[in-house]
Design a protein around this ligand. Structure first.
Ligand code: CMC
Length: 426
């Protein structure tokens, strides 16, 4: 049996055989037979917009691998910084390579004083930290004009280091601003995640000592969120990157997409939903409302995972360890009940809706003391390494500018009507 498909244009009788390579069929081959006829696939549900060697995801089997390494092994044995190296370079680092990487990241954590004083402090006191993050990421491009040299290897490496290193500083800065606390400078003697926690929580103590269980739990969450192939934010990164914009501007585009409640904003939406439900008595009526189309069960469902989200499984285990230190999040019982009810309800099972990465991550963040508005920021910190890995890949593969087609379904041609002769349309 040939590993190919044959399509016939019934208008002309012409046919074309297209090989199936790596699970895909080449759209340029199809369009040779169908010039001027476009594939209609808004939201790219059935379109592979890129070939990529970074993350392998099999939604049916619940598989997630970075550069071939199973997410379960990375979450158990690795650190976020090592995973960031893996995503960017394609291989796990040797001890020497890791030392250099760690040193380079650690020594680029500071941000220009103008970014802090003029940009971050300029925001209103109740500005959403994701809004601050998106804007300051874009602003950073003006501080590093060399970032435009996207085909210069050295410049590219420098921007990658800067972006990964500065994310925790920008994130913590956005939080401190919103609560009126003084900015905490990075402590280069701490590891990546402990340094972030220090910038978040340090008050008057000379050195902030993060609880090792909580620091490790957050590092695991960073590993789980580091990449997820062609999701909405990464696609935004690749689309902007394909126009050869600098990486700071591209990252701002990606962070903007992540901000949305259907994407990275869902962990925030989960806690708001659980708080609104408020008590166990309200779980069943809430589920009935969801089934009646009055809103969604936040943290449930995924475009590609239709059996289970492997990240959700690891997060649930991590949550238990965190709650041993912080005490149980009072919303946990409502979440567990929601999950139990949904997983035995035909509405959810027939649509293959299961808890996703965001269902339990918000409960952990909240138990650790992070305000709800910071949840998507916590997603963005590690996702930077995934965005950059995709940005490098698309440049290395010399991809063409992203420029989809459309099917026009608006008005046919009509003549301009002078303003005084127009009637209001219904
Ligand atoms: N609650 C209730 N019904 C749902 C939900 C949900 N969370 N998700 C999907 N459905 C229903 C939907 O109404 C539709 O039903 P019907 O066929 O009767 O019209 C069916 O399931 C298919 O939904 P869809 O909108 O076509 O699915 P999608 O693949 O376009 O959307 C999703 C995926 C994640 C946006 C969606 O499941 C959702 O909105 N979930 C809640 C938000 C959420 O948790 N997002 C985090 C995603 S994981 C983090 C990340 O990777 O960013």
């Amino acid at each position: 049996m040939a590993d190919s498909v044959t399509i016939i244009d019934n208008r002309t009788g012409e046919s074309i055989e297209i090989p199936i390579v790596n699970g895909g069929v080449d759209a340029t081959e199809w369009s040779k037979l169908l010039p001027g006829i476009w594939f209609y696939d808004p939201s790219f549900s059935t379109t592979a917009a890129a070939a990529s060697a970074i993350t392998e995801l099999d939604g049916e089997a619940g598989i997630l691998r970075y550069r071939g390494y199973p997410i379960e092994q990375l979450a158990e044995q690795s650190t976020y910084l090592e995973v960031a190296y893996l995503l960017i370079h394609g291989e796990l680092p040797t001890p020497e390579q890791y030392e250099v990487w760690k040193h380079d990241i650690t020594y680029h954590t500071f941000i220009h004083e103008n970014v802090r004083k003029r940009f971050m402090e300029g925001f209103h006191h109740d500005a959403h930290p994701m809004g601050i993050l998106v804007s300051t990421l874009a602003a950073l491009s003006t501080f590093y004009p060399d970032a435009k040299d996207i085909f210069d290897e050295q410049s590219r490496y420098k921007q990658v280091i800067r972006l990964i290193a500065k994310m925790p500083t920008l994130a913590a800065g956005a939080h401190r601003h919103s609560v009126g606390m003084p900015f905490v400078y990075p402590d280069n003697s701490l590891d990546f995640t402990s340094n972030f926690l220090s910038m978040m929580w340090k008050v008057a103590e000379p050195r902030y000592e993060a609880d090792p269980v909580l620091a490790r739990a957050l590092d695991i969450l960073f590993i789980l969120h580091a990449d997820h192939e062609q999701n909405c934010g990464t696609t935004a990164m690749r689309v902007a990157g394909s126009a050869h914009a600098d990486p700071y501007s591209c990252a701002a585009a990606a962070a903007t997409a992540l901000y949305g409640p259907r994407h990275g904003g869902a962990n925030e939406a989960v806690i708001r939903m659980l708080t609104r439900i408020g008590s166990m008595d309200n779980v069943l009526p809430f589920i009935e409302d969801v089934k009646a189309g009055k809103g969604r069960l936040q943290g449930f469902g995924h475009r590609v995972y239709k059996n289970y989200d492997p990240r959700a499984k690891i997060i649930k285990e991590t949550a238990d360890k965190v709650f041993e230190v912080t005490g149980k999040n009072p919303l946990l019982d409502i979440a567990l009940k929601l999950e139990e009810v949904a997983l035995s309800d035909e509405y959810f099972t027939s649509r293959r809706l299961y808890p996703n990465v965001d269902f339990y991550s918000g409960l952990i963040y909240q138990a650790m003391g992070f305000p709800i508005e910071m949840f998507t920021v916590l997603f963005a910190i590690p996702r930077m390494s995934g965005w950059l890995a995709h940005w490098i890949e698309l440049l290395d593969r010399n991809e063409r500018i992203a420029r989809p087609r459309q099917l026009y379904d608006g008005e046919p041609v009509r003549d301009y009507v002078p303003m005084d002769q127009r009637k209001a349309s219904a």
